[in-house]
Write a protein that binds this ligand. Structure first.
Ligand code: ARG
Length: 277
């Protein structure tokens, strides 16, 4: 059999990030957070900066949200909203410690003239929503079970006018969709099946027969919390096996060290929201 090398093509993106100036692990709202484990705040900023520079170096645009004191998780900018084709579906955080982040994101989008739809339902933005513009005509994948609540999926569908496929997360270590699944280009995904209910695994297998599958080690190393521009895949440097799987599939892994931000329960993707104009 002849293997044809897949030519992966990057697409220029606009991202939103928020510097970890006030980052700390002061409370525990996911199983990764340990308030007794020390965090190196300077290293956190350095690692975050390197991630931002990596994106810029690949030709992407990075916009910045001003970090606010008293909001140590604000660095996880992915959770503040979800944008599709110029419309923003706002976030409504589950935990009171993060509630105020939603208003900061809203102010950012409104200052730029985006069409903003305020949510009534609990949802954590791109933490639990992923968009695949070329899959089935434009498909939203949505997680529930820990943070985002199921009624928010219907609300997002009404706000954004794209079909939303609900996927049930069953393992508390994978409390957001974006630690268990990621888009690797406009039409395909990579995911760890074990994070999903048996029925949701069936749904994913039906919709994405060519998906790249990750194993538990890849997933627990935060490998799936990645950002891809369609060709270059920024992922946690500890997920070495996943990096080689992606390479085999024709993508270029770009390992990023984020040891400090991992202590808050997040990695690459958590730090980056995509602005889809
Ligand atoms: N400490 C944050 C929380 O528990 C981490 C959020 C990570 N973000 C993400 N998109 N998964 O809410």
């Amino acid at each position: 059999m002849v293997t044809v090398e897949q030519q992966r093509v990057p697409r220029k993106r606009t991202y939103l990030m928020c510097a970890p100036r006030h980052f700390a692990v002061e409370y525990a709202i996911n199983p990764w957070m340990d308030v007794t484990a020390p965090v190196d705040p300077e290293l956190a900023v350095k690692q975050w900066d390197r991630l931002r520079e990596t994106l810029l170096g690949l030709g992407h645009e990075v916009q910045l949200l001003a970090p606010e004191p008293g909001l140590p998780d604000m660095v996880y900018a992915a959770n503040g909203a979800f944008t599709v084709d110029g419309t923003v579906y706002g976030a409504r955080f589950k935990h009171h410690q993060r509630t105020a982040e939603a208003a900061a994101h809203r102010a950012f989008y409104e200052s730029q003239g985006w069409r903003f739809i305020a949510p009534n339902e609990t949802n954590e933005g791109e933490g639990d929503f992923a968009y695949l513009p070329e899959a089935h005509g434009g498909l939203i994948l949505a997680g529930y079970g820990f943070r985002t609540e199921l009624p928010a999926h219907a609300e997002a569908q009404e706000a954004l006018g794209r079909p939303v496929v609900s996927l049930r997360l069953v393992d508390p270590r994978f409390y957001h969709l974006d630690v268990a699944l990621a888009s690797i280009d406009d039409a395909n995904i990579v995911y760890y099946p074990g994070a999903f209910s048996a029925a949701s695994q069936k749904v994913l297998a039906q919709l994405f027969p060519d998906a790249v599958l990750a194993d538990a080690d890849d997933a627990l190393a935060f490998g799936l919390n990645l950002v891809s521009d369609g060709a270059n895949v920024m992922l946690n440097s500890e997920a070495t096996r996943l990096a080689s799987r992606l390479e085999t599939a024709g993508y270029t892994p770009v390992p990023v060290e984020l040891t400090e931000l991992k202590k808050g329960g997040g990695s690459v993707k958590c730090c980056i929201a995509e602005l889809r104009h």
